[in-house]
Design a protein around this ligand. Sequence first.
Ligand SMILES: Nc1nc2c(c(=O)[nH]1)N[C@H]1C(S)=C(S)[C@@H](COP(=O)(O)OP(=O)(O)OC[C@H]3O[C@@H](n4cnc5c(N)ncnc54)[C@H](O)[C@@H]3O)O[C@H]1N2
Ligand code: MOO
Ligand SMILES: [Mg+2]
Length: 430
Amino acid sequence: MVERRKPIWVKDAIEKVMEWKRLGSIEWVSINECDNRFLGEPLISDHDVPHFDRSPYDGFAIRSEDTLHATSENPVCFEVIDEIGAGQVSPLKVGPFQAIRIMTGAALPQGADSVIMLELVRENLKDNKKTIMIKRKVKTGENVSCKGEDVKKGDHLIQKGSIITPGVKALLATFGYSRVPVIKKPVIGVIATGSELLNVDEPLEHGKIRNSNGYMIESQIIRAGAEVKKYENRADEIESLYTAIETALSECDFIITTGGVSVGDYDYLPEIYKRLGANILFNKIAMRPGSVTTVANIGDKLLFGLSGNPSACYVGFELYVRPIIRYWLHSDTPYLTKAKATLQTDFPKPNPFNRFVRSQIKFVNDRLIVDPVGLDKSNVVSSIAWANCLMVLPGGTRGYKAGDLVDVLLFEDQTGSDEPWTEARKSSKL
Ligand SMILES: Nc1nc2c(c(=O)[nH]1)N[C@H]1C(S)=C(S)[C@@H](COP(=O)(O)OP(=O)(O)OC[C@H]3O[C@@H](n4cnc5c(N)ncnc54)[C@H](O)[C@@H]3O)O[C@H]1N2
Ligand code: MOO
Ligand SMILES: [Mg+2]
């Protein structure tokens, strides 16, 4: 008799997984290698930015009070006493009716309190003496980038666990981080199982397929911010599969297997969990695809038994593995970013379970609209490539109509959510 599995709610499954969440430790890497890593310490400024008053324009540094009576009928003459470019500092102090020619980024010289742009003055050279004529009043502080206007010393700029984007990297450089504290990535072992699997470079044979899950999961692991340890594909053969998982357990923080978790004759994962003495957190979830997603723990290590069906495998990763990785990386928003969008086409298929539909979300006339992509079956691979989100259609008997507002989970958005998607349980059956 085939084992009857008891499905649990999506939210409960995520909670059970997150009971085993762990925080990663810190390591220091070169700033050249910090892209897309997660910051291991908050970034607090240790100096003002800029740390000196500077000119935001190419112009002349002057004392504004000297322009008090300047008009086009009555221009005021200034003697140009020095010239400085960015990085140069004038040793001179600007006195009454004196000016220093100054380029964008250069430190404002002593005595000056404002800058007038090159375009607004008339320059003269007489007897080797440079002068300028100013025809308008200049305000105190005009065209000066003041010390600390960008960042003040002691400002909390970026919190620990934030992803290092180009902007964050610019700040790290600004504050002299040649080495950057980041969270050490968890190492995730990946074993694709199935006697039908060919390697990517093997020619097709009747009845066999190339292993796509292994590559897809590798890519999802990298996108989530973790490190992949890829093992050879394993045939549906209990002894070699058991040995491969045992080895992976000793070498990795978490293990992902794909395939072999259902109730088929050659689905050996349930038997292997038993042999390993693993504690099964769940082996059936009230969702499509990915209902067979199984998660077990041995000590503090989680074994994610993702479905062999590509779309189910993909969804299983995003819902259950990704938050474990992001939590490890100290993110306080480890779940996929949630949004609401308007369904653009009817989705008439009724479903008793919560359905996570591979979809495309986009802006049309300032409105977020979402459309399913490709074939909505768990064994398809093509729709994954066209999807940038999962549209969530809660279980119930009815289908959905164009114009309905639906929940959407975004794959690429880095904001994340502090709460996972949660089903309204009344409308969904177990
Ligand atoms: N009698 C039942 N049959 C099935 C049930 C069920 O409840 N009762 N569940 C179905 C559901 S739902 C799913 S999902 C699949 C899950 O299957 P497994 O996780 O056991 O995976 P396999 O049987 O090994 O393979 C399923 C399918 O996926 C293809 N596959 C496997 N690995 C890869 C890979 N690395 N790359 C690409 N494709 C892969 C494999 O060839 C199969 O076609 O079970 C249903 N059956
Ligand atoms: O787990 Mo299966 O994906 O429900 O199709
Ligand atoms: Mg199977």
